[in-house]
Write a protein that binds this ligand. Structure first.
Ligand code: PLP
Length: 462
């Protein structure tokens, strides 16, 4: 722990007197878990009050794209803050909000023409769920009140988003407050039967989904999915075959498809949006267009909170009518479309436009793939996997049986502490270690991430 007289320790003590941190058992900051006061960011690195540096291997909860304190995004924020901080978006508009909407429509899968803004990922999911439900209500199908969500899904912590999430750690205690979705099995390729490929798993799981839709389509508003990677659920990955089949099934049974790309959007999986990778089918182009696309995290390059839900004109038109008919979407958040956040998002999208970002992500992904190769033979590592610039593995008692450590042993937490002491921020999900670095990371820092991970596995299993 920190020397109590140190600057870090003094800031931590002031913090702990009042701040209640997210996703944290606060008791653990009483002695066993350091609280690190960060004073500045420098590309892929974070710097604490005493000048110690930490390589951010997880992009600060998957949000940062082009580095902490990115100068271009910082300048856009400063310029906008000096002109207009905020104006409500009901009855008013401003250049950053309308320009961002134009840009998002331009880069998103074709057919998504309408943009609703909110502040965080979970609030975007709330909008998508409510809009889908309300669409069916306006269209004369009030019996459609249910959602299909995938096993192991995560869509955020507000009550609606948590309802369609399937992680007991976050959900169980609030169960009495939540609605129950229809749960479809996850197409996670780690669940392959002997001899099955990831595509085979996807096809089998599409069969399961079809069976659910045959029974429930007439009471269902939408299927909600995290395309290609279920991130909070342990970086579980699936074949793009699943996405193509999912779109086909939603069309066939006339239910909406909500793509939650809050974590995987903006290049993480190697394409700007994961939906673009849905396999081409006979007579169809590659990629799918969901009915709702939820975006946040990397939307502003990770600099400010902002989220957006893109939807189709067909959905939008179902909400037009006489005011008295009460069929408008009256949902609102005070800071919807905040100009400073929109300016940050425009600066981030301009970097995608001006630089070969996706090519660079491809190069970094190849380097990461090469470096994690040696983990495949490690006796305490299972399930080495990668999609784009997201890679993960699970710490296990022994590889042959795949036996997991008892949860109470908190091996992942040990790993986290050990890596931090070596100046690397890798924060496992349970015993799943993952790499999800910002795109400004250089190749030698990718090597450092993996070297420290290998070293930390040794310390974790000892
Ligand atoms: C797929 C997905 N959806 C929604 C959310 C919720 O976003 P936020 O934490 O900004 O509310 C997350 C957060 O990790 C996420 O990974």
């Amino acid at each position: 722990m920190n020397d109590p007289a140190s600057l870090n320790a003094m800031l931590a003590a002031r913090d702990l007197a009042h701040v209640w941190h997210p996703c944290t058992q606060m008791r653990e900051h009483d002695g066993t878990l350091p609280l690190i006061p960060i004073v500045r960011g420098d590309g892929a690195w974070l710097v604490d009050a005493e000048g110690n540096r930490y390589l951010d291997g997880i992009s600060s909860w998957w949000s940062n794209l082009f580095g902490h304190a990115n100068p271009r995004i910082a300048a856009a924020i400063a310029g906008q803050a000096a002109r207009l901080n905020h104006v409500m978006l009901a009855g008013f508009t401003h250049e950053p909000a309308l320009q961002l909407a134009e840009e998002l429509v331009r880069v998103a899968p074709p057919g998504l023409e309408r943009v609703s803004y909110a502040s965080d990922g979970a609030s975007a999911v709330e909008i998508a769920l409510k809009m889908s439900f309300h669409y069916w209500h306006n269209a004369g199908f009030p019996e459609r009140r249910r959602f299909i969500a995938l096993a192991n899904a995560y869509h955020g912590e507000t009550l609606g988003a948590l309802s369609v999430s399937d992680l007991p750690l976050y959900r169980a205690v609030y169960g009495p407050l939540l609605f129950d979705p229809i749960v479809a099995p996850s197409p996670d390729w780690l669940d392959a039967e002997p001899g099955e490929s990831p595509d085979d798993v996807a096809k089998r799981r599409l069969g399961d989904l079809r069976a659910l839709l045959e029974r429930h389509a007439r009471e269902t508003c939408a299927v909600i999915v995290e395309p290609l990677v279920q991130c909070s659920g342990g970086m579980r990955m699936h074949s793009p075959v699943y996405l193509a089949g999912l779109r086909r099934l939603c069309d066939e049974f006339d239910v909406h498809l909500i793509a939650d790309e809050i974590a995987v959007g903006f290049g993480r999986t190697g394409t700007l949006f994961a939906c673009e990778q849905a396999c081409p089918e006979p007579g169809r182009r590659a990629g799918i267009t969901p009915d709702f696309l939820c975006l946040s995290k990397g939307l502003t390059g990770g600099a400010l909170p902002l989220s957006a839900v893109l939807s189709t004109d067909k959905v939008y038109r179902a909400f037009l009518g006489d005011y008295a008919a009460n069929n408008a979407f009256l949902h609102s958040h005070t800071f919807s479309g905040n100009p400073i956040a929109c300016a940050a998002a425009l600066a981030s999208l301009a970097i995608f436009r001006d630089q070969p970002v996706l090519e660079h992500i491809g190069e970094l992904s190849a380097r990461l793939a090469e470096r994690i190769e040696r983990l495949r033979d490690h006796p305490h590592v299972a399930g080495v996997r990668q999609t784009g610039l997201i890679a993960a593995f699970d710490l296990v008692v022994d590889k042959a049986s795949g036996t997991a450590y008892a949860g109470a042993e908190r091996r992942g937490r040990r790993f986290y502490r050990h890596a931090l002491e070596r100046g690397v921020l890798l924060r496992p999900l349970g015993d799943t270690v993952y790499f999800l670095p910002p795109y400004c990371i250089n190749e030698s820092d990718i090597d450092l991430l993996v070297d420290v991970a290998v070293d930390s596995i040794g310390a974790t299993i000892a």
